[in-house]
Design a protein around this ligand. Structure first.
Ligand SMILES: NC(=O)c1ccc[n+]([C@@H]2O[C@H](COP(=O)([O-])OP(=O)(O)OC[C@H]3O[C@@H](n4cnc5c(N)ncnc54)[C@H](O)[C@@H]3O)[C@@H](O)[C@H]2O)c1
Length: 449
């Protein structure tokens, strides 16, 4: 698609004030990639996540990968290996400076770009990409300050260039089934949900090797834990819940309040590590990030949502999803995966679990999952990455409005700075900006339809 054609398409789509849920292929769960025969996608940030997405892109024969960018030669070399192992040509490399991405993004032969850099580079790269008319796929969280959230929205509106927020957890099989159940009225009127990101980062983010005064970006997350006290990773939890509650589409987040515990987990790790101890320099740093940050959001339609962020205590991984409605409830938590529907569940006050639970999940399985389970099987995070990347490629190839848009990116990611403000202010309520500027009232639910 030429830039001119693309501009016309976007103009007519935004002028009409509509956003297509996703490409027809994605909506109906049938053949995907029904747009251009070939689409060219570049990857900026070829670290762990960038390479994992690249691994999916190379499996799609309609995707060309002409260019990659990273400041780390080793990350680029590993990305080239992926291309080589999949019989792809070598991609042009952009490296040498933090701003090398600009040289890549001014190229005119690139349709879309995946941004998988550290958080602080998300917005500068995405903004430059939109200004250069590249369809952006932006990793999570989209932004880490409220100003950055606004910048994404403003530049999208100024340029008409699309941005898909790559919140893969929206494609989680069970939460998509729950979305179907809600739309079918199984739980009555939704009232409350829980969600979160509970993942012990000790293994993947060494606090021992981190050097506060070093410019190396291997341990970039640690700088945030050192300086901030917030829910730094809210969107894996809130994405599916925002879809359940039609956020930015007839409903909106009104305000939140957050509380953080003390910070003990990082010290425990440092002091007990074989190379650590109480005298290790990093054990003497003043780490700001609390071990658990709990946020409660109130929506304009009257629902409440609890979001947990826990990254430095020993624990199994969890995203803590649950939902309560006037007719029943669902819990996706590992130890209590169950459902209860008043008047339908056979034993009053008791969860339906095991096989009885599976019957619901099968009945409400989303068509995407029903039709593409085998394709998704070996992709990342239990299959969700497959659906996300296919939706992105499909949207780029036809320049469709994305299923998870810039307003979702800004609203969900704003929980980072707003929770930080609330924690710092003694759990004061903090009101959400309306990134849609009132359009949430008339926008219609679209995800998964
Ligand atoms: N959706 C998911 O499930 C998921 C999973 C993991 C990570 N992520 C997100 O992906 C992003 C990357 O995380 P990661 O774990 O891959 O980190 P990483 O450190 O492994 O990779 C980041 C890469 O970006 C490069 N980089 C840094 N500054 C750059 C710049 N100015 N220009 C170009 N490249 C630059 C680094 O050298 C590194 O190779 C983060 O936003 C993270 O939150 C998402």
């Amino acid at each position: 698609m030429t830039n001119i054609k693309r501009r016309n398409f976007i103009k007519s789509a935004t002028a009409a004030g509509v956003g297509l849920a996703c490409s027809p292929g994605v909506i109906a769960g049938k053949n995907m990639f029904s747009g251009k025969d070939e689409v060219s996608v570049a990857v900026i940030g070829t670290g762990n996540r960038g390479r994992s997405l690249l691994n999916l892109l190379v499996k799609n024969t309609s995707v060309r990968i002409p260019a990659i960018c990273d400041v780390d030669d080793n990350a680029l070399a590993q990305a080239q290996k992926i291309l080589q192992n999949n019989d792809r040509g070598k991609a042009d490399e952009y490296t040498g400076s933090d701003y090398s991405y600009k040289e890549l993004l001014v190229r005119t032969d690139i349709d879309g770009v995946i941004v998988a850099t550290p958080w602080e580079w998300h917005v500068p790269v995405a903004v430059f990409a939109m200004k250069n008319r590249k369809y952006v796929g932006l990793e999570v969280p989209a932004a880490i300050t409220t100003e950055e959230c606004w910048e994404l929205v403003d530049v999208h509106e100024e340029t008409g260039t699309n941005l898909m927020f790559l919140e893969n957890c929206c494609y989680d099989r069970e939460t998509m089934a729950v979305l179907q159940m809600l739309r079918d009225g199984l739980f009555g009127i939704p009232v409350h949900a829980t969600c979160g990101y509970r993942h012990n980062y000790w293994g993947s983010n060494s606090f021992i090797e981190f050097r506060e005064d070093s410019a190396d970006n291997k341990h970039w997350r640690n700088r945030h834990y050192l300086k901030r006290n917030a829910d730094l990773y809210p969107t894996h939890g809130i994405g599916p819940v925002a879809n359940w509650f039609n956020i930015n589409r007839g409903n909106r987040f009104d305000y939140l309040t957050s509380v953080a515990t003390k910070s003990k987990g990082i010290y425990e790790y440092l002091e007990n590590h074989p190379e650590g101890g109480r005298d290790h320099p990093n054990a003497k740093l003043d780490w700001k990030q609390g071990d658990i940050v709990t946020t409660i959001i109130k929506t304009s339609n009257g629902e409440s949502i609890i979001i947990n962020y826990e990254s430095h205590l020993p624990r199994p991984y969890s995203r803590d999803y649950s939902l309560n409605g006037t007719k029943g409830l669902w819990s996706g938590e590992y130890m209590r995966r169950g459902i209860y529907v008043e008047g339908k569940s056979p034993v009053p006050h008791q969860w339906e679990m095991g096989e009885a639970y599976d019957v619901y999940m099968k009945k409400y399985d989303h068509p995407l999952w029903k039709n593409h389970e085998a394709d998704a099987k070996n992709s990342g995070h239990g299959g969700i990455d497959y659906f996300m990347i296919q939706a992105f490629v499909d949207c780029v190839s036809q320049n469709l409005y994305p299923p998870i848009d810039v307003y979702d990116a800004a609203t969900w990611s704003s929980i980072v700075p707003l929770s930080e403000q609330s924690v710092a202010g003694g759990s004061e309520p903090v009101f959400f900006p309306d990134f849609t500027k009132g359009r949430w009232i008339n926008r219609k639910p679209s995800f998964g339809l």
